[in-house]
Design a protein around this ligand. Structure first.
Ligand code: FAD
Length: 381
């Protein structure tokens, strides 16, 4: 790390820094272009006891229109370092938190490093990628993530934390600020290390990705081809950031696919798409020797949870693509039922009103409450 100084800048409206284009002006704004500046900025803000928000690409944030009474720290660090992997035929990349996620994917694909290509085109920064364990077409960051370097608010200490300690799950981690709660671990990622296969081309496994790519055989395909196909598919769904396409002025999926007990899934119409969720198995049961009586408890036999398509629930609750409430400048994307978009000048209140309307329609029709995926700041649903 090189030496840095605190870079305080004139605060600007968060609507200009978030992809949903909502959000008032914060009281204070700092920028950090190096990891040292980021650490210094955080320690200063924490010492002052200010409310704070770390901002990457602003593509997973739904911010209210009232001024944020705290400090926003913009993560503008960048850089990729190549390191040897302890595993043969693989390579490690250590990437600064503010580096553009898709720039990292492009870098890896160009060099024939496999493991990120299906996540081409996801907006935002590398530092935010473990926060909600980003994923697309069946590939998630947790498959290649080795460790992160982070700084904890509780201690102000910088440490290297293995991926296994981040509580990574479906669009979640211990670092994510879920609606209605605080993260289990208040910390900021400084860098991310991934371990990738040096391949150039690979046999694509996983039904979701094979379907998206239109693959039927088992022949290996070039990573660059996978990337190209994914980018084209995402563009057709409004899932690639594009200033000229208002369908991309959102946060991607606004609602999460619902994870429900099997019995609830059974009560939904059979046409509703669903996928099994791997059960959270207790891999090792430790029985203290003092209490061991020659019996090993039976393995759990509960039915695994089921993930059901939120897009299907929305459309079958009567909300079509492009739907908007009267006189509202927020609407459902014309290409994707899960994306709520700002059609130009929509306030956070307009987006919230639309989100609540959709939640109430789905609840009335199917009895499920859809949960928002983005981090909410100064807004309530
Ligand atoms: C068009 C579109 C398509 C999308 N498609 C997908 C998709 O396919 N899959 C998917 O998973 N997501 C998708 N997203 C959501 C979003 O791109 C990801 O969640 C992304 O990782 C957010 O990165 P960001 O830098 O923009 O985070 P921000 O929005 O800036 O921040 C999100 C949260 O992470 C925190 N954060 C940011 N940086 C750090 C850091 N360094 N350390 C700790 N916390 C941090 C913030 O404080 C905030 O709480 C999409 C979004 C859009 C707009």
């Amino acid at each position: 790390m090189t030496g840095g100084v605190l870079r305080e800048v004139e605060p600007i409206r968060l609507s200009t820094l978030t992809t949903l284009r909502t959000g008032g002006t914060p009281e204070r704004m700092l920028e950090a272009a190096t990891a040292t500046e980021l650490v210094e900025a955080l320690r200063e803000v924490w010492a002052r006891g200010d409310d704070w928000l770390v901002l990457g690409g602003g593509s997973n944030l739904f911010v209210g229109d009232q001024p944020f009474d705290g400090t926003v720290i913009r993560v503008l660090t960048h850089g990729i370092e190549e390191l040897p992997s302890p595993h043969e035929g693989r390579v490690r990349l250590r990437v600064q938190a503010g580096h553009g996620w898709d720039d990292l994917v492009a870098y890896a694909v160009e060099r024939g490093y496999a493991g990120l290509e299906a996540m081409s085109g996801i907006p935002g920064t590398v530092g935010a990628s473990p926060v909600q364990n980003i994923g697309a077409y069946g590939q998630e960051i947790q498959e290649t993530l080795v460790e992160v370097e982070l700084i904890d608010e509780a201690t102000g200490a910088v440490s290297v934390v293995p991926a296994a300690d981040l509580g990574l799950g479906f669009r979640t981690s211990v670092l994510k600020h879920h609606y209605g709660g605080v993260p289990a671990r208040r910390a900021v990622i400084l860098s991310v290390t991934v371990d990738l296969l040096v391949a150039g081309e690979r046999v694509v496994r996983g039904d979701q990705l094979r379907r998206a790519l239109g693959l039927t055989g088992d022949e290996p395909v070039p990573l660059a081809w996978v990337r190209e196909r994914i980018l084209a598919t995402r563009a057709s769904k409004g899932m690639l950031l594009d200033d000229d396409d208002p369908d991309t002025h959102g946060v991607g999926s606004f609602f999460q696919n619902a994870i429900v007990p099997e019995a609830v899934a059974r009560s939904l119409p059979p046409e509703c798409p669903r996928w099994p969720v791997a059960p959270d198995l207790d891999a090792v049961t430790v029985i203290p020797l003092s209490s061991y009586q020659g019996l090993v408890p039976a393995a759990r036999t509960e039915a695994p949870d089921v993930k059901v398509s939120a897009a299907w629930l929305i459309e079958h609750a009567g909300i079509r693509k492009g739907f908007g409430l009267p006189r509202s400048r927020a609407s459902v994307s014309t290409k994707h039922a899960l994306a709520l978009t700002n059609r130009g000048g929509a306030t956070a209140a307009e987006v919230s009103e639309l989100a609540r309307f959709i939640q109430s329609r789905v609840h009335a029709e199917f009895g499920l409450v859809l949960q928002p995926e983005p981090v909410l700041l100064g807004v309530e649903l």
